[in-house]
Ligand binder design. Structure first.
Ligand code: GDP
Length: 597
């Protein structure tokens, strides 16, 4: 057929196994870019992405390749590498027929390798294993081949030995893409079905959708419909990345490229949606579409309250590029005016916060993250709560439901006991274990989302010395014995410290918070009780003893200028105090607690 020469594929790998270097090398070898233009690595550019070893956004690239007198069109599609973005990963994989599975010849198979390979297999992709960095003195290709066979059940003979750095095996890889990967699937459908697997906002063009055309064609001027949302729009431009945007007359079945429509707002175009012709719509959309909803919420406040407007402008600008971020204004007694923000997961949250700090130069503090609780009230209504401050009074609540996750955990078998203990500590249940090979085990568990927010992944990594990995999907809501815990300073509740916890954990968490606060709070002129309460019950208590703070005492009354300096310093510090009832709490105390609790 007319699409026999097209190959849509991606590269999946554990972080640092050489994906970026190899991608660049493929572009160079196919003369898509010249060596002298390769200064910065092309496919992976954002600083934060590089540090975290994750790709958040990078576009597909088209390459031309010749083999045995035949011209091929290769489309290399990049995939994000983290569980928070697993939906985006699955959509990118769905746009491909094959994947290069990259394994570092010295490091061997690691957690992300396995998770990614399984995702690709689930999408029905053909996998070409590549043992990379073969130039390293510590390379052990035979050992890695055995691992690939044992862990992933891919015959060892299929592995290609390569080095993105020195260029070994690059031709073999290109040839294997042409020969071993299948041409585009599902091209025969009578109507247009085009998968949006990612999109970005461009100041000039509006939303640029990264698409894979399964059947039919798209061209400028077409009136199209988004099947998931029902929205209609006009196509303004179609084209490919090579690697910069190159407009084309049309995108036909089997192709990968970009589409610009009349829609200017990123939030109106959904990743995973199917584009079809409005006049001749397909009867069913492509599989796998779902509405992504924020799962984790947290307050973001300017450190300096006068920065509120600057933060507001930054948030608006930020959202233009990140449709997954939602936010609305909120205020806190302790922290002033800020925003309640919703994120896909914990990493997404960290990325947003970090980028606000770096790229928008904002000094911000974020509150303890929360999931979305469903609260059944005694009047029969259900209220969604994602800020503990708005949890209704206990006497109005019939029950509370919390979101759970279905987690798939891979761990070396030697650590299975510790992992099971961790799961149980986090109120989880393990309902399936399976041996992956002689050395690895896979566990399937149900856990409350709330319990994995803070340190689950870190603990998993440290228990397994980095060899464990977790992937999850959002599960059902389940009824749990949850309570709202408040922290009272001098009998006044401090809203920023309220949290929703399981009843069994309230006391220990309350005690930790009170102790931390006592450590951080300066002594005041009178005795101050710090209490953790659930309803009207006090579950933990500390007391800060009275102390008259006199910073000039040390100066022995002698040096006047030194005395003045100290007093000014103290005044400076006062500005950063928050008044809770009669007590001044340094803003820094909030930050310390929110950072460490
Ligand atoms: P990514 O995180 O998978 O995108 O990995 P990178 O392409 O950024 O590579 C990670 C590190 O490995 C960098 O320091 C590269 O210079 C190095 N590297 C990549 N490919 C090779 C290779 O084939 N041989 C050697 N010796 N080093 C490599």
């Amino acid at each position: 057929s007319t699409t026999d020469h097209i190959r849509n594929f991606c590269i999946i790998a554990h972080v640092d196994h050489g994906k970026t270097t190899l991608s660049d090398r493929l572009l160079e070898q196919t003369s898509t870019v010249q060596r002298r233009d390769m200064k910065a690595q092309l496919l992976d550019s954002m600083d934060l992405e590089r540090e975290r070893g994750i790709t958040i956004k990078s576009h597909p690239v088209s390459m031309l390749y010749q083999l045995d007198g035949k011209d091929y069109l290769f489309n290399l599609i990049d995939t994000p590498g983290h569980v928070d973005f697993s939906y985006e990963v699955s959509r990118s994989l769905a746009a491909c027929e094959g994947a290069l599975l990259l394994v570092d010849a010295a490091q061997g198979i690691e957690a992300q390798t396995v998770a990614n390979a399984h995702l690709a297999m689930e999408q029905g992709l053909e996998i070409i294993p590549v043992i990379n960095k073969i130039d390293l003195p510590g390379a052990q290709p035979e050992v890695i081949e055995q691992q690939i066979e044992d862990v992933l059940a891919i015959p060892r003979e299929e592995a290609i030995h390569a080095s993105g750095k020195s260029g070994i095996g690059i031709d073999d890889i290109l040839e294997a893409v042409a020969k071993r990967l299948p041409p585009p699937r599902w091209t025969e459908g009578p109507c247009a079905r085009v998968l949006i697997f990612d999109n970005v906002y461009d100041t000039y063009k509006g939303v640029i959708c990264y698409v894979r055309v399964f059947s039919g064609t798209l061209k400028a001027g077409d009136e199209v419909m988004m099947m998931g949302t029902g929205q209609k729009t006009i196509i303004k431009e179609v084209g490919r990345f090579s690697p910069s945007m190159i407009p084309e007359k049309e995108l036909a079945a089997g192709r990968t490229g970009y589409v610009v429509t009349a829609i200017k707002n990123l939030t109106e175009i959904k990743i995973g949606d199917t584009i079809t012709q409005a006049s001749d719509p397909a009867s069913t959309m492509l599989p796998g579409y779902k509405e992504v909803r924020p799962m984790v919420f947290s307050g973001i406040y300017p450190l300096d309250t006068s920065d509120y407007n600057k933060l507001k402008a930054s948030m608006a600008k930020f959202q233009l590029n990140d449709a997954a971020l939602v936010y609305q204004p909120e205020s806190s007694v302790a922290l002033g005016f800020g925003f309640r923000c919703g994120f896909l997961g914990l990493l997404h949250m960290e990325i947003v916060q970090e980028r606000l700090r770096r790229e928008y130069d904002m000094d911000i503090i974020s509150t303890y993250p929360s999931v979305v609780y469903k609260v059944k009230l005694t009047d029969g209504t259900i209220k969604e709560v994602h800020n503990p401050v708005f949890m209704p009074n206990t006497d109005l609540i019939e029950y509370i439901e919390e979101p759970t996750i279905r987690a798939t955990i891979h761990t070396p078998s030697s650590h299975i006991g510790d992992i099971l203990a961790l799961v149980s500590e986090k109120r989880g249940m393990c309902d399936h274990t399976e041996t992956v090979d002689g050395t690895r085990v896979m566990l399937v568990c149900t856990l409350p989302l709330n319990e994995i927010l803070i340190d689950f992944n870190d603990r998993l990594k440290s228990i397994t010395k980095g060899y464990g990995s977790m992937d999850y999907e959002i599960g059902e809501y389940q009824q749990s014995d949850l309570v709202k815990m408040d922290i009272m300073v001098n009998a006044e509740p401090v809203d920023a410290f309220s949290s929703i916890v399981h009843r069994d954990k309230a006391e220990s968490r309350g005690r930790v918070l009170c102790e931390r606060l006592k450590e951080i709070m300066p002594q005041q002129m009178f005795k101050i009780p710090i209490q953790a309460t659930v309803g009207s019950k006090i579950i933990a208590r500390e007391t800060i003893s009275a102390f008259r703070k006199d910073v000039t005492a040390k100066c022995y009354g002698g040096d006047i200028s030194r005395k003045r300096k100290l007093l000014e310093k103290q005044k400076e510090g006062k500005k950063r105090m928050k008044q809770i009832g009669k007590v001044s709490i340094p803003q820094d105390a909030f930050i310390q607690i929110l950072k460490t609790s």
